[in-house]
Design a protein around this ligand. Structure first.
Ligand SMILES: Cc1ncc(COP(=O)(O)O)c(C=O)c1O
Length: 408
């Protein structure tokens, strides 16, 4: 697609694609059925006698999860097993439970419920459900830009030093949702420095894509080791799950924090949870055997995902508008249009039968101040659908862009 395209040509191409009456969807970052099929053996494993390390997995109890599952979680997250809870099917639920705990117990300066205003830093573009959770708890969200290697630390420092209500930050440190970036050592050290200057500051370390490389990827420095050196372990609350490893709706979630933090949290957690689904944890243990088994399983996911991301890049490279990320793992590509065009592109796509994540969804309060960020989630659809979806996407970008150029 060339930049000398006239509005009429762009419009004709768009109308031609629209007339196909497609029904395509690039909204949510879900695994495809082909990926879910990789874990079918979870269903076919011999059930055995339901005893795991002497525990009858069908019964109540084992609030922290099965030991072997905690071990697996500790290897995904990079910390000691004693710091890990292996929970139910969703890490988002653990995040909500931890935040709820902050409102009851706080993180050092009394319960968050006592404070008139509680703020957290939200690197943008970010994960919409983190923002929905903050909204639900009336936590004030302060956006800060991502740099490609993590949050803008100077900006974060200046906000925190001028606003005593800031008590934490959301981070998706590896293959961030949706930019795909991985935090650098400098960036992690910057976060720990900020935490060292504000009592009770919490780094919500949502490592949802810890083992989700589909190409050679930069390693994520271990925040627990860096924090231990600086005696800052208490500031980190980490999360992960097998949602995008086995079954998205029935995997196992993990949460890790310092042992004193865990002792505090467990009181609140125990009021809400009798015990996790240990039958599911046990079959996950049998399925993977150990972290090596899990990593080998992720290589199969990578084979399925790599061509999809290559396809998205191939289509975006065919046109001359905007810029986009080139992730080596995770579930998303972020497209940046010219300022002021994201809503229009998404609306044009909808009319042509392509659903895209709403404009602004990757920002706190749903507001992208530049109206330029579009999150593309290419994992769930087939290659054929993706091919059609990207053709429509390009046509929408081209039409919106040439119209803007013509009117300025
Ligand atoms: C950054 C991030 N965290 C958490 C989740 C959800 O995890 P879970 O299924 O364990 O609740 C997602 C899913 O898209 C995600 O992208």
């Amino acid at each position: 697609m060339n930049q000398n395209l006239t509005v009429q040509e762009a419009e004709d191409h768009y109308q031609e694609l629209k007339a196909r009456g497609s029904q395509l969807d690039l909204t949510r970052g879900k695994p495809s059925s082909e990926q879910l099929d990789l874990s079918l053996d979870l269903e076919n494993l011999p059930i055995g006698n339901f005893i795991e390390d002497g525990i009858d997995t069908r019964n109540y109890g084992e609030l922290l999860g099965l030991e072997k599952m905690r071990q697996l979680g500790s290897e995904i997250l990079g910390c000691k097993k004693e710091m890990v809870i292996a929970g139910g099917n969703s890490s988002l639920t653990l995040m909500a439970q931890y935040i709820s705990n902050l409102f009851f117990q706080g993180s050092g300066e009394g319960p968050w419920s006592m404070h008139e205003r509680n703020s957290v830093l939200c690197p943008v573009p970010g994960y919409d459900r983190h923002f929905a959770l903050c909204d639900e708890f009336s936590i004030n969200m302060i956006p800060i830009p991502l740099t490609g290697n993590g949050p803008d630390i100077e900006k974060a420092k200046s906000i925190v030093s001028n606003d005593p209500s800031v008590k934490g930050i959301w981070c998706v440190p590896k293959h961030s949702n949706p930019t795909g970036e991985t935090y650098s050592k400098e960036s992690i050290e910057g976060l720990l420095e900020i935490a060292s200057q504000r009592k009770g500051f919490r780094i919500f370390w949502d490592n949802a894509y810890a083992v989700h490389d589909f190409k050679e990827s930069a390693p994520l420095p271990n925040i627990f080791s860096l924090a231990k050196e600086k005696e800052m372990l208490e500031s980190i609350i980490a999360f992960a799950s097998t949602s995008k490893i086995t079954f998205a709706g029935s995997g196992v979630s993990f949460m890790a924090m310092s042992e004193p933090n865990l002792d505090n949290f467990i009181k609140h957690y125990a009021s809400m949870v009798i015990g996790p689904d240990k039958v599911n944890q046990s079959r996950h243990i049998k399925f993977f055997k150990n972290i090596e088994g899990l990593k080998n399983h992720m290589l199969k996911h990578a084979e399925i995902l790599r061509p999809k991301f290559q396809l998205v890049d191939k289509w975006l490279s065919k046109q001359n508008f905007g810029s986009w990320t080139k992730p080596t793992g995770g579930y998303f590509v972020t497209f940046k249009s010219e300022p002021g065009l994201a809503k229009e592109i998404i609306s044009l796509a909808k009319k042509a039968g392509l659903k895209l994540t709403p404009a602004g969804a990757t920002f706190p309060y749903g507001v992208d101040p530049q109206d330029e960020i579009i999150r593309l989630a290419p994992t769930a659809c087939t290659i054929e659908e993706l091919e059609q979806a990207m053709q429509i996407f390009n046509a929408c970008v081209a039409l919106a862009s040439v119209k803007k150029a013509a009117s300025s």
